[in-house]
Design a protein around this ligand. Structure first.
Ligand SMILES: [Fe+2]
Ligand SMILES: [Fe+2]
Length: 165
């Protein structure tokens, strides 16, 4: 990671971590989670969010272009940690419906992480007067908020149906 001495450096550095998060979600995490879950509606909404996530990557790439910076992803330990924690527990859950409940919670954690990350990126971009960048970040943030609401609802429904398992 390069030296950070100005708000713009902070923005670029955090954007690189976010690019890593979104690429990993689009290419690995969401498609794998969609394969893992049993409930067909849950599967479908994960696939839809995986598609949306490709647009998140495209929006971030556009932001790098606007900033005249290379779109180089930088490893995010936060999202790798969430993934590792999910993987560690998921393999021990032997009831598919319970695994779905767990997966809904795991997916929600990632959405919260993305929401917090976009909110602070927006704060920095606003302070720099980068309005076009702010709009692109807000597009992504809105999708994450919707995805969070969706996965929370799914988790609650699945939890109710597994109360007797
Ligand atoms: Fe995203
Ligand atoms: Fe997301």
């Amino acid at each position: 990671v390069a030296a950070i001495t100005a708000p713009r450096d902070l923005l670029v550095t955090e954007l690189k971590a976010m690019l890593y998060v979104e690429q990993k979600q689009a290419d690995e995490v969401l498609p794998e989670l969609a394969t893992e879950v049993s409930d067909s509606d849950f599967k479908q909404s994960l696939r839809e969010h995986a598609e949306q996530t490709k647009q998140h990557v495209a929006n971030l790439e556009r932001i790098f272009e606007l900033l005249g910076e290379e779109p180089k992803p930088d490893k995010s330990h936060a999202v790798d940690g969430l993934t590792a924690q999910h993987d560690k527990l998921a393999k021990n859950i032997e009831v598919p419906q319970l695994r779905d409940v767990f997966d809904a919670g795991a997916a929600a954690k990632t959405e919260y992480l993305e929401i917090a990350a976009y909110e602070s990126l927006i704060t920095t971009a606003e302070s720099l007067g980068e309005t076009e960048i702010v709009s692109l970040l807000e597009e992504n943030l809105d999708d994450e908020k919707q995805a969070l609401q969706q996965v929370k609802k799914t988790g609650e429904q699945l939890a109710r149906s597994t109360a007797t398992v």
